[in-house]
Design a protein around this ligand. Structure first.
Ligand code: ATR
Length: 280
C-alpha cells in the first residue's frame, strides 16, 4: 500500500482524499490518501515528517505551493513557470520532485469536459496571484491567439507575464480593468474565454472587469466552485456568457497528479459527474 496525502492549512475542507480514493478504486491502485494539516510557520518540517514516515508523494494546497516549489530538488517546466508546486513526488533517498498540475487540470476541463477548444482563441485572465500563475503556462501551450492578463495590481501582472514572455500570444494590460484600457492598447476587447483567477468574490467584491470583454456565448470560467463561484456565474449569465465553475479543474488536476504518481490515468470525467451529482 503506497501512501499519499494533501498538505495545507486549512485542509479540513479538502475533497482530494475522496477524489483520490475513488480514482484508486476505479483503477485498482493499492494506495491511500489522507489530509495533512501543516503549521503555517513550519511547512518544511511537516513535509519532511511525511517523507520520513514513508509517504510516496503529496499534493500541496494553500498557502504552501510556493514553499513546496522552493524546497524541491528538481521541478518540471510547468512548475518552474508557475514558481509553485501542487504535486510532489519523493525518490527512494527522500529527494523531492516538484510538479504543478493545476494548469493541465484547467485546460483539460475546458477542452475535454466543457468541449471548448483553446487553440486560436482569445483568452482573458483576471488576476495575477498564485491561482493565475499556476495555470498560465499550460494555457499558453494550448495555443490561444492571445492571452491577456489583467490585474488590480499592475506590477504583479507584469511580473507574471515577464516569466512567460517568450510566448508571442501573451499580452499584459497595464491599466486596471477598464474596457477603455484594452482599446487604448489596440486590442479587440472581445474574448472567447474569460477566466476568473481573482479572489474578489471572497471579499464580496464585484467582478473586476467590464462585461463587454465577453463575446456572446463566451465561456466564463471561475477557478472556484460552489458558493464562491456564484457571483461570477451570475455576472456571466446576465451578460450572455456560459458560466462554468472550477469543480472540473479540481478533479482534473487531481487526475493529472494521480497519473504523475501512478502512471495510470483515472476516469476523471466519471468522477466529476459523480461529484456534481453528490453536490446537487
Ligand atoms: P490566489 O493564490 O488565490 O491567487 P492571491 O495570490 O492572494 O491568491 O491572489 C488573489 C488575486 O485576486 C490577485 O490577483 C488579487 O489582485 P492583487 O494582485 O491586486 O491583490 C485579486 N483580487 C483579490 N481581491 C480583489 C478585488 N476585490 N478586486 C480585484 N481583484 C482582487
Amino acid at each position: 500500500m503506497d501512501h499519499y496525502g494533501v498538505l495545507g492549512n486549512p485542509v479540513e475542507h479538502s475533497k482530494s482524499p475522496a477524489i483520490h480514493a475513488r480514482f484508486a478504486e476505479l483503477t485498482g491502485q493499492a494506495m491511500d490518501y489522507c489530509k495533512l494539516l501543516a503549521p503555517l510557520d513550519n511547512f518544511a518540517q511537516a513535509l519532511q515528517q511525511w517523507i520520513d514516515s514513508g509517504g510516496r508523494g503529496c499534493n500541496v494546497t494553500v498557502p504552501f505551493k510556493f514553499e513546496a516549489f522552493q524546497l524541491a530538488g528538481t521541478a518540471s517546466e510547468r512548475a518552474t513557470l508557475a514558481q509553485a508546486a501542487n504535486t510532489l513526488s519523493f525518490g527512494d533517498a527522500g529527494q523531492i520532485a516538484a510538479d504543478n498540475t493545476d494548469g493541465a487540470g484547467l485546460v483539460r476541463d475546458i477542452q475535454l469536459n466543457a468541449g471548448v477548444s483553446l487553440a486560436g482563441r482569445d483568452i482573458l485572465m483576471l488576476g495575477a496571484g498564485g491561482a493565475a500563475a499556476g495555470v498560465l503556462g499550460p494555457l499558453l501551450m494550448a495555443g490561444p491567439r492571445r492571452l491577456v492578463v489583467t490585474n488590480r495590481t499592475h506590477a504583479k501582472a507584469l511580473d507574471l507575464v515577464a516569466r512567460h514572455a517568450k510566448h508571442p500570444s501573451l499580452h499584459a494590460m497595464l491599466q486596471k480593468t477598464e474596457l477603455l484600457a484594452l482599446e487604448q492598447q489596440g486590442l479587440q476587447a472581445n474574448f472567447d474565454v474569460v477566466i476568473n483567477a481573482t479572489a474578489s468574490s471572497l471579499s464580496g467584491g464585484a467582478v473586476p472587469v467590464d462585461p463587454r470583454v465577453l463575446k456572446p456565448g463566451a465561456l466564463a470560467y471561475d477557478m472556484m466552485y460552489g458558493a464562491a463561484a456564484k457571483a461570477f456565474s451570475d455576472w456571466a449569465l446576465a451578460h450572455g456568457a456560459v458560466p462554468r465553475d472550477g469543480l472540473g479543474m479540481l478533479v482534473e488536476q487531481a487526475a493529472e497528479s494521480f497519473a504523475v504518481w501512478r502512471g495510470v490515468r483515472p476516469p476523471s470525467a466519471q468522477v466529476l459527474q459523480e461529484m456534481r451529482e453528490a453536490l446537487a
